[in-house]
Write a protein that binds this ligand. Sequence first.
Ligand code: GLN
Length: 502
Amino acid sequence: MTLAELSLAQLRTELDRKKISAVELAEYFLARAESRTDLNAFLHLDRTLTLAQARDADIQIAHRNYSATVNALTGIPIAHKDIFVTRDWRTTAGSRMLENYVSPFDATVVEKLKVAGMVCLGKLNCDEFAMGSSNENSAFGAVKNPWDLHRVPGGSSGGSAAAVAARLTPAATGTDTGGSLRQPAAMCGITAIKPTYGRVSRYGMIAFASSLDQGGPMARSAEDCALLLDAMAGFDTKDSTSIDSAETKVSIWRSFQAESASKTSPMLEFENLRIGVPKEFFSEGLSNDVAAAVRAALTAFEQRGATLVEISLPRTALSIPAYYVIAPAEASSNLARFDGVRYGHRAADYKDLGDMIAKSRAEGFGAEVKRRILVGTYVLSHGYYDAYYRQAQKVRRLIAQDFQDAFKRCDFIMGPVAPTTAWKMGEKSNDPVAMYLEDIFTLGVSLAGLPGMSVPCGFGAGEMPVGLQIIGNYFDEARMLSVAHRYQQVTDWHLRTPEVSA
Ligand code: GLN
């Protein structure tokens, strides 16, 4: 096996046995990243910065016996979605608006992974301000899917998903407002988890829709995601929506290990697991190839003892209009700060202050961002607030309630992540509504603030990967990751790699 194929635990062993140094590991992945500029996954690479962090990690590993700071992730490379601010690398959020922006501080997630000893490989391309489902909205060009360079990688964390899938990095961070961790993971055949809202700090994550945004890990397996999420999560006084409760104090990694170890009979390891299968997720709109792969995964769980329970999430279709009112509303407010004064690009020529702001915003934002600002401003305006925004918030409440009703009858909900596999570039870019419809199975989880995962479960049309979505109740991440891990113990979909990356 090559280094690119090793799990995080295996990389740890290599580093601890001195088979390889953190510097060599960083060099190895930097070389891979540099060799695949065709994917357009990385926006910023900086060898000097990366290797300096790797040298620090090597010093810590060398003094392991005296150092309390070496942990499971020390010396392992990770790359960040370019929406997490970093003190050293530029942060663009995929926008011209922030083309030359360098943050004076690190996002909490970046800081936590740095403290854990992880080595930052660089910053990853994404849809502008994380708005999109295909990564075609980046001001710095589309990202390509490593399984087929003519297809999109999904979005908005498409750079993260493509980089992990092509094994340019062992792990990446991403964010999910309406599906952006799960959907690109599904389309690129990797594993990702969107945590419960409030589990991971949003401090330093450039805001799109604050009541929905949540960061999380993207990696090859559920086990790797468990290690990463454990290091990323935790209460943060700098984020007022970060949650401090009994649940968030428990170690995700330790609970994950306990959950994974307690299953004795390998043939009936999912005994007592009740899986809710929402009938609305298997209705019209779901393509046959995706349905077949997801059904096969459900059967694999059933054969190992799980019980499948048909459930209903009756307002699934309403999640699209509700989300596409609430997210643009919050975006229009969050993006007000990009005015050429407080933040962002400033136009060169202007008549007065108003003209300066108008020109700067016209030049700095791309078409999709402008569309959302217009929609958001409209639904929040006097006379429409009650008709649209307040109504959408009521629907959101009901969607959250539907999930709670469903969880009375099952432990986890499973279904497809997206209705189709990755589509051809350009296919939907001129039709925003067609693009929004692709989000139908991920939006409800985001609106409800629930944790959700994408786990590779097969291939569909065009030999493109299919993701199984697992949805858990609040703070059930460790158990959910363990269910996914045990599925990955008996399947090898997550180990498949795109041939073009060889
Ligand atoms: N596709 C959705 C949107 O465009 C979700 C994006 C996200 O989760 N960041 O808003």
